[in-house]
Design a protein around this ligand. Structure first.
Ligand SMILES: NC(=O)C1=CN([C@@H]2O[C@H](COP(=O)(O)OP(=O)(O)OC[C@H]3O[C@@H](n4cnc5c(N)ncnc54)[C@H](OP(=O)(O)O)[C@@H]3O)[C@@H](O)[C@H]2O)C=CC1
Ligand SMILES: CC1=C(/C=C/C(C)=C/C=C/C(C)=C/C=O)C(C)(C)CCC1
Length: 318
């Protein structure tokens, strides 16, 4: 079988980079990867990780999801504009009290996370429909299902992504085009570092002292613990995404972190929203110590499991 052409956005770091390299290094050579970056000068890590795959199963192209012309130019440079699998991955985060964020920054986030996807789909879907084949894979988030305090605008952008795809999936199916949402929980990538850096630079005089204290003393502290305990690696997410891409009948939704799933399920257990609101309120304001204790226990268990795995490898077990 001819290799499938996979176009991925946001490959300069994190999930996009890991996925591009994982697919390009596929032992069965099932994929030809077009790894796109918005700024070619930031493709060093990708090129280094791709190694010998570069120029064989992986090529790097420029694509800014906020710039329609760059999307069109990238697609026009592909023979027959033929893309079998589009992975919409490029995205940015934003945390903190609303009052400390400018409307321009919020609009910029929506432009990348939501309209970036819309621009890509508008350009790629018509060709896929004409060919009556294709797969659009969208890196959404658990925050596309469940909001998290101080992530208001980011969660809204992922809810928008989910609503867009949920509406489009039925029409696409009629043309034999699949749509899949991959929904990771926390992943340890530059994403995390970038939002913390921005939080450090933020001007908290724009909000009241109580809100600022809730954000810096409760949210930031607990969030770091959540990432340290429940965080997955970008390589983990690449493996999950590979499974979605290679599925004979791709799922519409795929959550990558079983430990996070109960958090996203609360709203479905009680349609009034009371259970979800109370559970999160208590986790943030009442049982912070219990949350941190639980997260520390998970960290210890993960550390022990890693040691056991390393020991097994040393003894020659797989
Ligand atoms: N990390 C996490 O905890 C989670 C992340 N996600 C989602 O995963 C996706 C990837 O994030 P992750 O790998 O973690 O973060 P990274 O910050 O490591 O990667 C984000 C990528 O998106 C690129 N990007 C940003 N804006 C644009 C643009 N306008 N056009 C093209 N590329 C752009 C960045 O490029 P540049 O280097 O030029 O800035 C970078 O390559 C995002 O959609 C994010 O929302 C979902 C769940 C959890
Ligand atoms: C679970 C949980 C928390 C934090 C969750 C975080 C930080 C999730 C991050 C998810 C990401 C980054 C998704 C990206 O798309 C709190 C609010 C600290 C306390 C209540 C329980």
């Amino acid at each position: 079988m001819a290799p499938r052409t996979v176009l991925i956005t946001g490959c300069s770091s994190g999930i996009g980079l890991a996925l591009a390299v994982r697919l390009a290094r596929d032992k069965q050579r099932r994929f030809r990867v077009i790894a796109t970056v918005r700024n070619v000068s930031r493709s060093g890590a990708l090129v280094a990780a791709a190694g010998s795959a570069l120029g064989r199963t992986l090529e790097v192209k420029q694509l800014d999801v906020c710039d329609e012309a760059s999307i069109r130019a990238c697609l026009d440079s592909i023979p027959g504009r033929h893309v079998d699998v589009l992975v919409s991955n490029a995205g940015v985060g934003m945390i903190g009290p609303l009052e400390c964020q400018s409307l321009a920054a919020m609009q910029g986030l929506m432009d990348t996370n939501f309209f970036g996807l819309v621009r890509l789909v508008k350009e790629v879907l018509p060709d896929m429909k004409r060919r009556r084949s294709g797969h659009i894979v969208v890196i959404s988030s658990v925050m596309g299902l469940q909001g998290i305090v101080f992530n208001d605008v980011y969660a809204a952008s992922k809810f928008a992504v989910e609503g867009f795809c949920e509406s489009l999936v039925v029409q696409a199916l009629r043309f034999n085009v699949a749509i899949s949402l991959v929904e990771p929980g926390p992943v340890t990538t530059e994403f995390e570092a970038k939002v913390y850096e921005e939080a450090e630079r933020a001007d908290y005089s724009q909000t009241d002292p109580e809100t600022a204290a809730i954000f810096t003393d409760l949210y930031l502290r607990n969030s770091r613990d959540v990432f340290a305990s429940l965080g997955q690696s970008p390589e983990d997410i690449a493996e999950h995404t590979l499974r979605v891409i290679e599925a004979a009948r791709p799922p519409f939704r795929h959550q990558t972190n079983a430990a996070y799933t109960p958090m996203a399920a609360l709203k479905h257990a009680d349609p009034s929203g009371a259970l979800m609101t109370e559970a999160f309120y208590k986790l943030v304001f009442k049982y912070g110590a219990v949350l941190r204790f639980g997260l520390r226990a998970i960290r210890l268990l993960r550390w022990k499991a890693q040691k056991v795995k390393a020991g097994a490898r040393l003894l020659g077990f797989k």
